[in-house]
Design a protein around this ligand. Sequence first.
Ligand SMILES: *Cc1c(COP(=O)(O)O)cnc(C)c1O
Length: 401
Amino acid sequence: MSSDTRDQYDQVLFPNYSPLLIIPDRGEGARLWDTEGREYIDFAAGIAVSALGHAHPALIEALTKQAKKFWHVSNLMATAPAVELAQQLVDCTFAERVLFANSGAEANEGALKLARRYAVDHFGEQKNQIIAFDQAFHGRTFFTVSVGGQAKYSDGFGPKPGGITHLPFNDVAALKAAVSDQTCAVIMEPIQGEGGVNPASQDFVAAARSLCDEHHALLIFDEIQTGVMRTGSMYRYQALGVEPDILTTAKGLGGGFPIAAMLAKADVAKSLGVGTHGGTYAGNPMGCAVASEVLKIVDTDEMKSRVNEVSEQLRTGLEAINQEFKLFSDIRGFGLLIGCELKPEYHENARELVTLLMAEGLLALVAGPNVLRLAPPLILSDKDMKEGLAILRQAVSQFVA
Ligand SMILES: *Cc1c(COP(=O)(O)O)cnc(C)c1O
């Protein structure tokens, strides 16, 4: 049955994804079963999205409760779920205002438009330079993919939006040389996710903050992957001790229901006045109800210490496997966003390792051709971790053989 579904997929869906061969049937916590009844331990979480795993009872309840009331009214009306979620996001961050969106790319699109509009409002049209970084990933709308740092994703679609400068990541000198009074924004992921799980250094983030201050540019942190406790704090900026002017959050926020948000101070948010920006579905009541519940569960001291404890278990396990098989040149990241870089002799083979892991019953991710990326649900049990690491060891022993 599953191979029929996969064959039919190619007949009726666009060819842009090329999905795996397994067809999911149901999930529970950090476990997923396919239509053949095979069990997988999920260290992928739908690309760092399913923060509370699959079929979390509290999320099902929040969703169905709202689904029975009303699904959609558009932003022609204020809804209680949207206001409640915005209040929670304001309470747990630097922000004073929230703008909802349906996806990470849309939240970043809003952030980039806001930075441009803020510069026009306060300084004039000439202040339009956006500084971004090589290997960055900010989504797939044409503006966000052009700001992203991999030209292969934005080439071939005609003329790109202008005013975008790319610099090497973590290069303080290059950043110093580039930021000027023409710069309206510097955008970065505090840990590059898709680009290889590359953490921004403390120096780099601090330099970006002070250069933005000096030149009246806005600092945008794309925390779409790093946020909602993924990296061991609600948002990575809190651990770095450097506040952005604009923050975008998505992935874990809805625990699997599509919802995203852009956060800013009131003075910055003011630049998106009535009619300047919007979306029909943005702040969908079901999405907001689910995300509210996610935040209630995730934004707690217990969850924070649990994530850091599981992170430690994962790292210790990975180090032990690497001691034995000497496969990785680096194991890095924070919380439950961990990248394992393959040694040069295994370069280009991260995808092959992930395929092997899947065959053994562990779902994992790549971050580029050379990095194995692990982003399990935050609710992983000790047993899930132990069994997941055992599968990983088994697959690695085959991989290096
Ligand atoms: C996933 C991701 C995006 C894009 O989010 P979508 O919901 O796929 O549009 C943007 N930035 C970062 C850092 C991401 O990880």
